[in-house]
Ligand binder design. Sequence first.
Ligand SMILES: Nc1nc2c(ncn2[C@@H]2O[C@H](COP(=O)(O)OP(=O)(O)O)[C@@H](O)[C@H]2O)c(=O)[nH]1
Ligand SMILES: [Mg+2]
Length: 226
Amino acid sequence: MAYEIAKDTCKFRFGMSNPEQLDAWLKENPKAIGLSFVGRSNVGKSSTINSLFGKKMAKTSKTPGRTREINIFSFRLNNDGKLDESLPEFYFYDLPGYGHAQVSKEMSKNWEVLIGTFFSEISLHTLMLNIQDARHPNQKSDQEFHSFLKEFSFETFILFNKIDKLKKQKERAALNKLKPVLSKEFKWVKQMYFTSAESKDGLSQVEEAIISYLLRQESLLQSMDG
Ligand SMILES: Nc1nc2c(ncn2[C@@H]2O[C@H](COP(=O)(O)OP(=O)(O)O)[C@@H](O)[C@H]2O)c(=O)[nH]1
Ligand SMILES: [Mg+2]
């Protein structure tokens, strides 16, 4: 592959917990091209980010539901091992997990406003990467999130993470059986992957798909401007 994520260019930019501050940033950046990580707490969003963008980018946690901010990062792409300066800076967003019961009412209210602001103001050139736990896919909160997301027109991929934990052949077979069911259920989801942030299984395919999305958006914006 000619293009790859230039890990040495990945930078943490902002941690947003204030919806107004987030709103202002999003409105200033209507043409930002990037991707967003969304999923239940503890499914491995931060770990997947770290595997794709470089160690210790995002904070991983043993305690679910800790990140209550939207973290904004920027990165660039290499082409044949060299930074491609003709391409803009891209962004990725680490979102707080949904479906975590043990938060106070106040916190969940702020979460709702923050997430609402994010999805209604974020550039449409943003790929949604929904991470789910391969051992417990399509939970109630995943379904609720999907019915929310369906109202928007973002391109969406699903990553079923932690496949390294599916040790038994039986569990893997069950997941494979689920594939056609999930494809039916998630007709509007463009691509699905089985991954492990731990063993890195499946992540090079995900990186390839992300890059292809970014380059597509970039040429789309070029043609609109030109
Ligand atoms: N075995 C295994 N553990 C993982 C994987 N991805 C994440 N974890 C672990 O799951 C826990 C939660 O991960 P984290 O990335 O913080 O989840 P987040 O809340 O979705 O950001 C951590 O203890 C990780 O080490 C994976 O693919 N395989
Ligand atoms: Mg996290």
